[in-house]
Design a protein around this ligand. Structure first.
Ligand code: PLP
Length: 451
């Protein structure tokens, strides 16, 4: 066993971290997490930390679930790997596809991938293949949104709307256009949320008209933008998007990588907002993050065209439908069902978390608290009345994240918005713990800005 310092040294030497400011990391070294149970993780020094982010929006059934570990172990012994390419298939992939289409009955089939990013690359290729087979190959443009996150492969990053990603890497895949997000607190203050939702949704129509309706293939959006800062759209937004997609016959894609498998209190974000997507990328919560797995749920509209007389769809991954990952997913779905974790979010722990989280609104640093189900966001501002933000150089969100870590709580900072997405098994007492630690860390953050 190595000491913390040894791990940190080796980490600095050899481990290139994703999405990490290396300058900042170099100053202090990584926090080395070595075990986890339920809603908590522990670092190598033995500090217990409440995981308000369920890993990275994924460990929904909590850590240490023996049922998933056992299913993985059994599957590894029986059939650790086989592909689905050679007109072959195996029971875990078939059964998982069946169960997924049962959970979301408007979907006929599932195409498996290794991650959410691969799922979104698959979505792009399915969209383009679909319109080619419909004799409309000129329909290439996919409309996405600013501040969206759809992954880090070329397709996922191109669909994504983070300005810095596009700035760092130049022009990515062409034929992808970004419209504004339905971010009412930050961008819609002079009108009601309902009016603002309609305004932002109608940008889709204006953009289709500008590009030419015969060139537009699809619209993609996360039901709730996660990594962009937990942007909860006004109630008017998604119904209007659905209406416009129907009117122009373009494909509607809801990226369910975060919302999928219960976080809103419904099985999928599309169910929560009452929309009917044609394609639905999923990942993360499908296995509660225990083993990497993603997929695209394919509706009859798309599946009938792709599977018709078209012949082969030239696309697939070595790990498409990996049997061990599928076994983990089946055990995970069984837990979600047996413990009624999704209805628990809708009827019990979701409303309790939302109610308790709203008490943070009284803190002088807090501009808005928003959330839904087991999503939460606490937006920190320099001036509550005008919603004026802090100078980004002050790094207020990162300071708050650091205070949280030091005081036994993980919250993510998306610039100055603190994000939570805790595991579904969170108890009422753990909600109280989360909120009281958050208040304390907001105090410490306020003091560190003042001092
Ligand atoms: N789509 C959304 C909405 C996500 O939040 C993410 C990851 O956070 C992805 C796609 C990419 O998934 P992955 O990191 O598994 O490739």
């Amino acid at each position: 066993e190595r000491t913390r310092e040894e791990w940190q040294h080796l980490d600095r030497q050899h481990h290139l971290h994703p999405f990490t400011d290396f300058k900042e990391l170099a100053g202090k070294g990584s926090r080395i997490i070595s075990r986890a149970e339920g809603a908590y993780v522990w670092d190598v020094d033995g500090h217990q930390i409440l995981d308000g982010m369920a890993g990275l929006w994924c460990v929904n059934v909590g850590y240490g679930r023996k049922e998933i570990a056992d299913a993985v172990y059994t599957q590894m012994q029986q059939l650790p790997y086989y592909n689905n390419f050679f007109q072959t298939a195996h029971p875990p992939a078939i059964e998982l596809a069946r169960q997924l289409t049962e959970l979301a009955p408007r979907f006929k089939q599932v195409f498996f991938t290794g991650s959410g990013s691969e799922a979104n690359d698959t979505v792009l290729r399915m969209i383009w293949r679909y319109w080619q087979l419909q004799d409309q190959p000129q329909r290439r443009v996919v409309i996405s949104r600013k501040n969206a996150y759809h992954g880090s492969t070329l397709g996922g990053a191109s669909l994504g709307g983070f300005g810095v990603v596009h700035e760092q890497m130049g022009t990515l895949i062409p034929d992808i256009v970004h419209i504004n997000q339905p971010y009412w607190y930050g961008e819609g203050q002079d009108m009601s949320p309902e009016e603002f939702g309609l305004l932002r949704a109608r940008e889709l129509r204006d953009t289709i008209e500008e590009i030419g309706a015969d060139k537009v293939a699809a619209f993609i959006g996360e039901p709730i933008q996660g990594a962009g800062g937990v942007i909860i759209p006004p109630a008017t937004y998604w119904p209007e998007i659905q209406k416009i997609c129907d009117e122009y016959g373009i494909l509607l894609v809801t990226d369910e990588v975060i919302c999928g498998f219960g976080r809103t209190g419904e099985w999928f974000g599309a169910d929560y907002f009452g929309v009917k997507p044609d394609l639905m990328p999923v990942a993360k919560g499908i296995t509660s993050g225990y083993i990497p797995l993603g997929g695209v749920m394919v509706s009859e509209r798309v599946s009938d065209v792709l599977m018709g007389d078209a012949g082969e769809f030239y696309h697939g991954f070595t790990y498409s439908g990996h049997p061990v990952a599928c076994a983990a997913a089946l055990a995970n779905l069984a837990i979600l069902r047996q413990e009624h974790l999704v209805t628990r979010i809708r009827d019990d722990i979701g409303p309790y978390l939302q109610q308790q989280l709203r008490t943070l609104q009284a803190h002088p640093l807090v501009g808005e608290v928003r959330g839904l189900g087991l999503f939460g966001a606490i937006e920190l501002v320099a001036d509550k009345a005008s919603h004026r933000r802090f100078d980004s150089k002050q790094g207020v969100g990162m300071r708050c994240r650091e205070h949280c870590f030091q005081n036994g709580l993980i919250m993510r900072a998306v610039s100055d918005t603190m994000i939570i997405a805790p595991p579904f098994i969170l108890s009422h007492a753990q909600v109280d713990e989360l909120v009281s630690k958050a208040w304390k860390c907001l105090d410490l953050t306020a003091r560190s800005i003042a001092g």
